[in-house]
Design a protein around this ligand. Structure first.
Ligand code: SF4
Length: 330
Protein backbone atom coordinates (compact mmCIF):
# COMPACT_ATOMS: atom_id res chain seq x y z
CA UNK A 1 0.00 0.00 0.00
CA UNK A 2 2.83 2.31 0.95
CA UNK A 3 4.44 1.46 -2.36
CA UNK A 4 1.31 2.42 -4.25
CA UNK A 5 1.08 5.67 -2.32
CA UNK A 6 4.66 6.52 -3.22
CA UNK A 7 3.89 5.77 -6.86
CA UNK A 8 0.76 7.91 -6.78
CA UNK A 9 2.81 10.83 -5.49
CA UNK A 10 4.40 10.90 -8.94
CA UNK A 11 1.06 11.20 -10.72
CA UNK A 12 1.45 14.88 -11.60
CA UNK A 13 4.83 14.66 -13.41
CA UNK A 14 3.59 11.52 -15.14
CA UNK A 15 0.51 13.37 -16.39
CA UNK A 16 2.53 16.27 -17.69
CA UNK A 17 4.88 14.03 -19.62
CA UNK A 18 2.02 11.99 -21.02
CA UNK A 19 -0.02 15.05 -22.05
CA UNK A 20 2.96 16.48 -23.82
CA UNK A 21 3.53 13.17 -25.63
CA UNK A 22 -0.16 12.95 -26.55
CA UNK A 23 -0.18 16.42 -28.07
CA UNK A 24 2.77 15.45 -30.29
CA UNK A 25 2.16 11.86 -31.21
CA UNK A 26 -1.58 11.18 -31.01
CA UNK A 27 -2.69 9.49 -34.21
CA UNK A 28 -4.82 11.79 -36.31
CA UNK A 29 -7.95 9.62 -36.37
CA UNK A 30 -11.05 11.31 -37.82
CA UNK A 31 -13.24 10.76 -34.74
CA UNK A 32 -10.77 12.46 -32.40
CA UNK A 33 -10.37 16.06 -31.27
CA UNK A 34 -14.00 17.08 -31.46
CA UNK A 35 -14.35 16.52 -35.20
CA UNK A 36 -17.35 14.24 -35.07
CA UNK A 37 -20.62 13.85 -33.20
CA UNK A 38 -21.09 11.68 -30.08
CA UNK A 39 -22.77 9.17 -32.42
CA UNK A 40 -19.65 9.15 -34.60
CA UNK A 41 -17.53 8.45 -31.51
CA UNK A 42 -19.80 5.56 -30.58
CA UNK A 43 -19.55 4.08 -34.09
CA UNK A 44 -15.73 4.30 -33.92
CA UNK A 45 -15.71 2.54 -30.57
CA UNK A 46 -17.97 -0.28 -31.73
CA UNK A 47 -15.92 -0.75 -34.92
CA UNK A 48 -12.62 -0.85 -33.04
CA UNK A 49 -13.74 -3.29 -30.35
CA UNK A 50 -11.99 -6.18 -32.03
CA UNK A 51 -10.31 -4.46 -34.92
CA UNK A 52 -7.21 -2.24 -35.00
CA UNK A 53 -8.05 1.46 -35.13
CA UNK A 54 -5.92 2.12 -38.19
CA UNK A 55 -7.90 -0.55 -40.11
CA UNK A 56 -11.17 1.00 -38.99
CA UNK A 57 -10.57 4.45 -40.52
CA UNK A 58 -11.73 3.77 -44.14
CA UNK A 59 -14.78 1.80 -42.94
CA UNK A 60 -15.75 4.47 -40.43
CA UNK A 61 -15.33 7.26 -42.98
CA UNK A 62 -17.49 5.52 -45.61
CA UNK A 63 -20.07 4.48 -43.01
CA UNK A 64 -20.48 7.98 -41.56
CA UNK A 65 -20.83 9.42 -45.06
CA UNK A 66 -23.83 7.15 -45.72
CA UNK A 67 -25.29 7.01 -42.19
CA UNK A 68 -24.14 10.10 -40.29
CA UNK A 69 -26.59 9.64 -37.43
CA UNK A 70 -28.61 7.03 -35.60
CA UNK A 71 -31.84 7.75 -37.52
CA UNK A 72 -30.28 7.12 -40.93
CA UNK A 73 -28.67 3.87 -39.78
CA UNK A 74 -31.92 2.77 -38.14
CA UNK A 75 -33.71 3.07 -41.49
CA UNK A 76 -31.06 1.28 -43.58
CA UNK A 77 -31.72 -2.19 -45.06
CA UNK A 78 -29.89 -4.87 -43.08
CA UNK A 79 -28.19 -6.21 -46.20
CA UNK A 80 -26.57 -2.81 -46.81
CA UNK A 81 -25.43 -2.59 -43.20
CA UNK A 82 -23.80 -6.03 -43.33
CA UNK A 83 -22.22 -5.22 -46.69
CA UNK A 84 -20.78 -1.92 -45.41
CA UNK A 85 -19.29 -3.71 -42.40
CA UNK A 86 -17.06 -5.41 -44.98
CA UNK A 87 -14.04 -7.16 -43.53
CA UNK A 88 -14.15 -5.56 -40.08
CA UNK A 89 -14.92 -8.97 -38.60
CA UNK A 90 -17.46 -10.11 -36.02
CA UNK A 91 -20.36 -8.86 -38.19
CA UNK A 92 -22.91 -9.35 -35.41
CA UNK A 93 -21.58 -6.03 -34.18
CA UNK A 94 -23.08 -4.35 -37.25
CA UNK A 95 -26.57 -5.60 -36.45
CA UNK A 96 -26.20 -4.72 -32.76
CA UNK A 97 -25.13 -1.22 -33.79
CA UNK A 98 -28.24 -0.93 -35.95
CA UNK A 99 -30.43 -2.10 -33.05
CA UNK A 100 -28.75 0.52 -30.90
CA UNK A 101 -29.41 3.16 -33.61
CA UNK A 102 -33.10 2.21 -33.69
CA UNK A 103 -33.37 2.67 -29.96
CA UNK A 104 -31.52 6.00 -29.99
CA UNK A 105 -33.69 7.24 -32.87
CA UNK A 106 -36.99 6.22 -31.32
CA UNK A 107 -36.33 6.60 -27.61
CA UNK A 108 -33.99 9.59 -27.55
CA UNK A 109 -35.08 11.57 -30.62
CA UNK A 110 -31.83 10.69 -32.43
CA UNK A 111 -29.58 12.14 -29.71
CA UNK A 112 -27.16 9.78 -28.03
CA UNK A 113 -27.80 10.01 -24.26
CA UNK A 114 -25.23 11.82 -22.13
CA UNK A 115 -25.80 9.49 -19.24
CA UNK A 116 -23.80 6.37 -18.37
CA UNK A 117 -26.79 4.31 -17.20
CA UNK A 118 -28.81 5.11 -20.32
CA UNK A 119 -25.85 4.34 -22.58
CA UNK A 120 -25.05 1.03 -20.96
CA UNK A 121 -28.70 -0.02 -21.35
CA UNK A 122 -28.46 0.29 -25.17
CA UNK A 123 -27.98 -2.88 -27.27
CA UNK A 124 -24.33 -3.88 -27.63
CA UNK A 125 -23.02 -1.16 -25.30
CA UNK A 126 -21.01 -2.38 -22.30
CA UNK A 127 -19.15 -0.61 -19.53
CA UNK A 128 -16.11 0.20 -21.65
CA UNK A 129 -18.02 1.72 -24.59
CA UNK A 130 -20.37 3.71 -22.35
CA UNK A 131 -17.40 5.12 -20.40
CA UNK A 132 -15.49 5.88 -23.60
CA UNK A 133 -18.44 7.83 -25.04
CA UNK A 134 -18.95 9.72 -21.77
CA UNK A 135 -15.27 10.66 -21.68
CA UNK A 136 -14.23 11.09 -25.34
CA UNK A 137 -17.47 12.50 -26.75
CA UNK A 138 -18.93 14.38 -23.79
CA UNK A 139 -15.80 15.20 -21.79
CA UNK A 140 -17.31 13.83 -18.58
CA UNK A 141 -14.91 12.78 -15.86
CA UNK A 142 -15.03 8.98 -15.78
CA UNK A 143 -12.35 6.30 -15.60
CA UNK A 144 -12.23 4.38 -18.88
CA UNK A 145 -10.91 0.88 -18.35
CA UNK A 146 -9.78 -1.32 -21.20
CA UNK A 147 -6.92 -3.77 -21.66
CA UNK A 148 -4.43 -1.13 -22.83
CA UNK A 149 -5.20 1.24 -19.97
CA UNK A 150 -5.00 -1.54 -17.41
CA UNK A 151 -1.64 -2.68 -18.77
CA UNK A 152 -0.08 0.80 -18.71
CA UNK A 153 -1.40 1.81 -15.27
CA UNK A 154 -0.40 -1.48 -13.71
CA UNK A 155 3.10 -1.30 -15.15
CA UNK A 156 3.74 2.35 -14.35
CA UNK A 157 2.18 2.61 -10.89
CA UNK A 158 2.25 -0.94 -9.51
CA UNK A 159 5.36 -2.24 -11.24
CA UNK A 160 3.75 -5.43 -12.48
CA UNK A 161 1.72 -6.89 -15.30
CA UNK A 162 -2.03 -6.53 -15.18
CA UNK A 163 -3.67 -9.93 -14.83
CA UNK A 164 -6.00 -11.10 -17.57
CA UNK A 165 -9.74 -11.51 -17.12
CA UNK A 166 -12.07 -8.87 -15.72
CA UNK A 167 -10.58 -5.73 -14.19
CA UNK A 168 -9.90 -6.21 -10.49
CA UNK A 169 -11.15 -3.87 -7.77
CA UNK A 170 -7.60 -2.64 -7.27
CA UNK A 171 -7.26 -1.79 -10.98
CA UNK A 172 -10.57 0.10 -10.99
CA UNK A 173 -9.55 1.98 -7.88
CA UNK A 174 -6.19 2.89 -9.39
CA UNK A 175 -7.82 4.12 -12.62
CA UNK A 176 -10.00 6.50 -10.58
CA UNK A 177 -7.14 7.57 -8.29
CA UNK A 178 -4.92 8.73 -11.13
CA UNK A 179 -7.69 10.33 -13.20
CA UNK A 180 -7.13 14.12 -13.29
CA UNK A 181 -9.74 16.52 -11.96
CA UNK A 182 -11.42 18.74 -14.55
CA UNK A 183 -12.44 21.79 -12.53
CA UNK A 184 -9.55 23.89 -13.64
CA UNK A 185 -8.45 22.88 -17.13
CA UNK A 186 -5.89 25.71 -17.19
CA UNK A 187 -4.07 24.16 -14.24
CA UNK A 188 -3.04 21.16 -16.30
CA UNK A 189 -1.96 23.19 -19.26
CA UNK A 190 1.71 23.25 -18.34
CA UNK A 191 3.75 21.76 -21.09
CA UNK A 192 6.91 19.84 -20.45
CA UNK A 193 9.93 21.46 -22.14
CA UNK A 194 9.01 20.90 -25.72
CA UNK A 195 11.51 19.76 -28.26
CA UNK A 196 10.10 21.06 -31.53
CA UNK A 197 12.19 18.67 -33.58
CA UNK A 198 10.15 15.81 -32.19
CA UNK A 199 6.76 17.19 -33.06
CA UNK A 200 5.02 15.31 -35.80
CA UNK A 201 1.35 16.15 -35.38
CA UNK A 202 -0.46 18.94 -37.16
CA UNK A 203 -0.36 22.17 -35.04
CA UNK A 204 -4.17 22.33 -35.08
CA UNK A 205 -4.35 18.80 -33.70
CA UNK A 206 -1.83 19.68 -31.02
CA UNK A 207 -3.83 22.63 -29.87
CA UNK A 208 -7.12 20.67 -30.01
CA UNK A 209 -5.48 17.98 -27.89
CA UNK A 210 -4.70 20.58 -25.22
CA UNK A 211 -8.27 21.92 -25.20
CA UNK A 212 -9.84 18.62 -24.12
CA UNK A 213 -10.71 18.28 -20.42
CA UNK A 214 -7.74 16.75 -18.56
CA UNK A 215 -9.62 13.55 -17.64
CA UNK A 216 -10.62 12.86 -21.27
CA UNK A 217 -7.11 13.71 -22.45
CA UNK A 218 -5.66 11.36 -19.84
CA UNK A 219 -7.92 8.44 -20.78
CA UNK A 220 -7.10 8.80 -24.46
CA UNK A 221 -3.39 9.32 -23.91
CA UNK A 222 -2.97 6.30 -21.62
CA UNK A 223 -4.91 4.17 -24.08
CA UNK A 224 -2.83 5.44 -27.00
CA UNK A 225 0.42 4.75 -25.15
CA UNK A 226 -0.79 1.20 -24.53
CA UNK A 227 -1.71 0.75 -28.19
CA UNK A 228 1.46 2.16 -29.73
CA UNK A 229 4.35 2.12 -27.21
CA UNK A 230 3.60 0.13 -24.06
CA UNK A 231 2.38 -2.88 -26.00
CA UNK A 232 1.94 -6.32 -24.45
CA UNK A 233 4.98 -8.27 -25.56
CA UNK A 234 7.62 -5.80 -26.68
CA UNK A 235 7.09 -2.44 -24.98
CA UNK A 236 9.22 0.29 -26.57
CA UNK A 237 10.63 1.56 -23.28
CA UNK A 238 13.49 3.34 -25.05
CA UNK A 239 11.08 5.85 -26.61
CA UNK A 240 8.48 5.89 -23.83
CA UNK A 241 7.75 9.27 -22.26
CA UNK A 242 7.12 7.58 -18.90
CA UNK A 243 10.35 5.58 -18.78
CA UNK A 244 11.78 7.76 -16.00
CA UNK A 245 8.75 7.08 -13.79
CA UNK A 246 7.85 3.50 -14.64
CA UNK A 247 8.08 1.04 -11.76
CA UNK A 248 7.85 -1.93 -14.10
CA UNK A 249 10.89 -0.78 -16.07
CA UNK A 250 12.79 -0.01 -12.85
CA UNK A 251 12.06 -3.54 -11.64
CA UNK A 252 13.49 -5.01 -14.88
CA UNK A 253 10.13 -5.84 -16.58
CA UNK A 254 9.36 -8.84 -14.32
CA UNK A 255 7.16 -11.46 -15.99
CA UNK A 256 6.84 -9.41 -19.20
CA UNK A 257 3.86 -10.61 -21.26
CA UNK A 258 2.55 -12.86 -18.47
CA UNK A 259 -0.66 -10.82 -18.24
CA UNK A 260 -1.94 -12.25 -21.52
CA UNK A 261 -4.34 -15.01 -20.65
CA UNK A 262 -5.99 -15.14 -24.04
CA UNK A 263 -3.75 -16.58 -26.73
CA UNK A 264 -4.04 -14.82 -30.06
CA UNK A 265 -6.91 -16.48 -31.88
CA UNK A 266 -6.08 -18.44 -34.95
CA UNK A 267 -8.28 -17.36 -37.85
CA UNK A 268 -7.33 -19.49 -40.85
CA UNK A 269 -9.34 -22.69 -41.00
CA UNK A 270 -11.78 -21.70 -38.24
CA UNK A 271 -15.57 -21.47 -38.38
CA UNK A 272 -15.07 -17.70 -38.17
CA UNK A 273 -13.19 -17.76 -41.43
CA UNK A 274 -15.85 -19.88 -43.13
CA UNK A 275 -18.61 -17.62 -41.82
CA UNK A 276 -16.71 -14.62 -43.21
CA UNK A 277 -16.32 -16.28 -46.60
CA UNK A 278 -20.04 -17.13 -46.76
CA UNK A 279 -20.97 -13.53 -46.00
CA UNK A 280 -18.48 -12.27 -48.57
CA UNK A 281 -20.09 -14.51 -51.21
CA UNK A 282 -23.54 -13.18 -50.32
CA UNK A 283 -22.32 -9.58 -50.47
CA UNK A 284 -20.84 -10.16 -53.90
CA UNK A 285 -24.15 -11.60 -55.10
CA UNK A 286 -25.71 -8.14 -54.53
CA UNK A 287 -29.03 -9.45 -53.28
CA UNK A 288 -29.38 -12.40 -55.69
CA UNK A 289 -30.03 -15.70 -53.84
CA UNK A 290 -27.05 -18.04 -53.57
CA UNK A 291 -27.53 -21.81 -53.50
CA UNK A 292 -25.77 -24.07 -51.00
CA UNK A 293 -24.09 -25.76 -53.94
CA UNK A 294 -22.37 -22.46 -54.76
CA UNK A 295 -20.95 -22.36 -51.25
CA UNK A 296 -19.40 -25.84 -51.36
CA UNK A 297 -15.98 -24.63 -52.57
CA UNK A 298 -15.69 -22.63 -49.32
CA UNK A 299 -15.56 -25.75 -47.16
CA UNK A 300 -15.34 -29.41 -48.12
CA UNK A 301 -16.87 -30.53 -44.81
CA UNK A 302 -20.62 -30.30 -45.43
CA UNK A 303 -21.58 -30.67 -41.78
CA UNK A 304 -19.31 -27.81 -40.88
CA UNK A 305 -20.63 -25.67 -43.71
CA UNK A 306 -24.20 -26.30 -42.51
CA UNK A 307 -23.18 -25.42 -38.98
CA UNK A 308 -21.73 -22.10 -40.13
CA UNK A 309 -24.82 -21.31 -42.19
CA UNK A 310 -27.06 -22.15 -39.22
CA UNK A 311 -25.06 -19.93 -36.87
CA UNK A 312 -25.19 -17.01 -39.34
CA UNK A 313 -28.95 -17.55 -39.59
CA UNK A 314 -29.21 -17.58 -35.79
CA UNK A 315 -27.30 -14.29 -35.62
CA UNK A 316 -29.69 -12.74 -38.14
CA UNK A 317 -26.88 -12.24 -40.67
CA UNK A 318 -28.55 -14.15 -43.51
CA UNK A 319 -31.93 -15.38 -44.64
CA UNK A 320 -32.75 -18.86 -45.87
CA UNK A 321 -35.38 -19.01 -48.59
CA UNK A 322 -38.02 -21.74 -48.91
CA UNK A 323 -35.94 -23.41 -51.61
CA UNK A 324 -32.91 -23.39 -49.26
CA UNK A 325 -31.13 -20.55 -51.09
CA UNK A 326 -29.33 -17.94 -49.05
CA UNK A 327 -29.25 -14.14 -49.14
CA UNK A 328 -28.40 -11.20 -46.90
CA UNK A 329 -31.40 -10.14 -44.78
CA UNK A 330 -33.52 -7.26 -46.03
S1 SF4 B 1 8.69 2.37 -19.66
FE1 SF4 B 1 8.18 0.54 -20.83
S2 SF4 B 1 6.88 -0.68 -19.51
FE2 SF4 B 1 6.95 1.37 -18.64
S3 SF4 B 1 5.15 2.43 -19.49
FE3 SF4 B 1 6.86 2.85 -20.83
S4 SF4 B 1 6.79 1.28 -22.45
FE4 SF4 B 1 5.51 0.59 -20.72
Amino acid sequence: MENTETALAETEPIRLRLFDWWSRYARDLPWRFGRTTPWGVLVSEVMSQQTQMSRVVPYWTAWMRVWPDAASLAAAPKAEVITAWGRLGYPRRALRLQECARQVASQYADRLPRDYDQLVALPGIGDYTASAVMSFAYGERIAVIDTNIRRVLSRVFLGRESKGGAASREERQLAWQVLPEDEDPEASDHRVNGDDRLETADPQIRSAAWREPPSARWNQAVMELGATVCVARKPACDICPLAGHCRFLKAGLPGLGSGRTRPRQRFAGTDRQIRGSILQTLRQASGAPVSRKDLKPLCDDEIRLDRCIASLDEDGLLEIGQDGSLSLPQ
